[in-house]
Design a protein around this ligand. Structure first.
Ligand SMILES: *Cc1c(COP(=O)(O)O)cnc(C)c1O
Length: 408
C-alpha cells in the first residue's frame, strides 16, 4: 500500500463523511500548483476555491507569518495589537469602509452582518426592524444564521428549522424586492455575483436599484463579497463595478492567502451598531491572521494583483468565449463572470463531474458550481502561460467530453 492509499483508507473510517474528496492526498503547494503525496503536480484553476489569492508558498506571506508567530500569535479580543490596527487602517484606505470587525471565516462574517443589522436598528429604538431579505438562490455559508439566508434546498434539507425573519426574493428582480422591503426590514443581504449558484452576475443597474429601494425603506444594504471581493473580479471589492455602495460588506476567502480569516467592513454610521459585549470572537482579529492579511495586501500592491485579475480575466474570457462559439466543442454553452471569477456552463448531456475527473487525470484542478458550471477562480498571481496551459487542457477535454451532449 502506498502512503497515499493508506491515508485515504484511514480518512474513510475516521472522517464524519461530510465530504466526498477524490482519491489523492495533497502534500504541498508552490505558486499555482499543488502536489500530491506521489509527487504529481496539478495546476489549480480553482485556487483552493478562491482562497489562495497570492498562490502557494509566497515568501512575503511566509516571512510575515513566521515573524508574527515568533512574536505573538494570540492576544484575545480583550487587547489591542498592532497587526489588527494596521490591517483595519489599510482596509479603510482601500475601500469605502472606515470600520471593520475581524472573524475567522466567511460564514462568521455574514453572521456578524445579520446581528449588526438587527442591533443597529435596536440601538436606534427601531425594535421592529428584524427581517433580513436575501436571494433564494444565494449562498452565504453554512452556520445556521447564514444558512437561513439561502432558499436552496440542497443546503437546508434536514437542517430545519432555520433562523426566523428571513424573506427570500428572486435575484435580479427589483419588483420582487420592492414588494417585500419595508418598515420591518433590517437589511437586504445579496451577492454581486452568485458564485455557488453558477456564476450568476447582477444585471446592469440591479445593485443601484437595490440601493435605492433600501434607502427609500430605511433598510441597510449589505453585500456578501466573501468570494467576489479582495481583487478577484479586477476591483478590490466587486461592487465598485456597479457604482452602488453598500452600508457594509463581508469578506473572507482570499483575505489572508489561505490563513483562515474573515471580516466585516462597515460605513461610519454603523460604528456603535454592535455595542461592547454584544458580539465577539475568540480568535477573530488575532495578530497572526492580521499579519498574514497585511502581507497579502503588500503582495497585492507590489505585484499589481488586482490589475492582473482584470487582465488575466480578459485572457480567460477570450478562451471561454471561443469554447462557447466554437462549433467543434458543443459541450460549452455559456461563459459568465468577471476577472478571475468566471464560469463555463456545460451542455445538458455532458457530465460535469466526469469532466472534472478527466481534467484531474490531466493534472488540472477545477470545481463545479450550480450543478453544471465549471468555476475558474485561480490565484490572482496566475500567469498568462499558466492560463494558456490550463485552458488548452480544458479545450482538449471538452472537445471530446465524457458523457456526450445529446442532440441540441
Ligand atoms: C465561501 C462563501 C461563504 C462562506 O465562507 P466560509 O469561509 O466557508 O464560511 C459565504 N459567502 C460566499 C459568497 C462564499 O463564497
Amino acid at each position: 500500500m502506498t502512503r497515499q492509499s493508506e491515508l485515504l483508507a484511514a480518512a474513510g473510517t475516521t472522517a464524519l463523511g461530510a465530504y466526498r474528496p477524490p482519491s489523492l492526498v495533497l502534500e504541498r503547494g508552490q505558486g499555482r500548483h499543488v502536489y500530491d503525496l506521489d509527487g504529481t503536480a496539478y495546476l489549480d484553476l480553482s485556487g483552493g476555491v478562491a482562497v489562495t489569492s497570492i498562490g502557494h508558498g509566497h515568501p512575503t506571506l511566509l516571512n510575515a507569518i513566521s515573524r508574527q508567530a515568533t512574536r505573538l500569535m494570540h492576544a484575545s479580543n480583550l487587547f489591542t495589537t498592532e497587526p489588527a490596527v494596521r490591517l483595519a487602517a489599510e482596509l479603510r484606505r482601500r475601500t469605502a469602509f472606515p470600520r471593520s470587525f475581524f472573524v475567522n471565516s466567511g460564514t462568521e462574517a455574514n453572521e456578524t452582518l445579520i446581528k449588526l443589522a438587527r442591533r443597529h436598528h435596536f440601538e436606534r429604538g427601531d425594535f421592529l426592524r428584524t427581517t433580513i431579505v436575501s436571494s433564494r438562490t444565494g449562498y452565504h455559508g453554512r452556520t445556521l444564521g447564514s444558512l437561513s439566508l439561502t432558499g436552496q434546498a440542497r443546503y437546508r434539507t434536514g437542517m430545519e428549522p432555520m433562523a426566523g425573519c428571513v424573506r427570500h426574493v428572486p435575484y435580479n428582480d427589483l419588483d420582487a424586492l420592492r414588494a417585500v422591503v419595508g418598515a420591518d426590514t433590517a437589511a437586504v443581504v445579496l451577492e454581486t455575483i452568485q458564485a455557488e449558484a453558477g456564476i450568476v452576475e447582477a444585471g446592469d443597474g440591479y445593485l443601484a436599484g437595490v440601493r435605492r429601494i433600501c434607502d427609500a425603506a430605511g433598510a441597510l444594504l449589505f453585500l456578501d463579497e466573501v468570494q467576489t471581493g479582495y481583487g478577484r473580479t479586477g476591483r478590490f471589492l466587486s461592487h465598485e463595478w456597479s457604482g452602488a455602495v453598500p452600508d457594509a460588506c463581508s469578506v473572507a476567502k482570499g483575505i489572508a492567502g489561505g490563513f483562515p480569516m474573515g471580516a466585516v467592513l462597515a460605513a461610519e454610521r454603523l460604528a456603535g451598531g454592535l455595542p461592547p459585549g454584544s458580539h465577539a470572537s475568540t480568535f477573530g482579529g488575532n495578530p497572526l491572521a492580521c499579519a498574514a492579511a497585511l502581507a497579502v495586501l503588500e503582495v497585492f500592491d507590489h505585484e499589481k494583483l488586482v490589475e492582473n485579475a482584470e487582465s488575466a480575466g480578459r485572457v480567460l474570457r477570450g478562451r471561454l468565449d471561443h469554447l462557447v462559439s466554437d462549433a467543434g466543442t458543443p459541450a460549452a454553452v455559456a461563459a459568465r463572470g468577471r476577472g478571475l471569477l468566471q464560469g463555463l456552463e456545460l451542455a445538458d448531456g455532458v457530465d460535469p463531474d466526469a469532466v472534472v475527473a478527466e481534467l484531474r487525470t490531466r493534472n488540472v484542478l477545477i470545481t463545479v458550481v450550480g450543478g453544471r458550471v465549471l468555476r475558474f477562480s485561480p490565484a490572482l498571481t496566475i500567469t498568462e502561460a499558466e492560463l494558456t496551459e490550463g485552458m488548452t487542457t480544458v479545450e482538449k477535454v471538452l472537445g471530446d467530453p465524457p458523457g456526450k451532449p445529446g442532440p441540441r
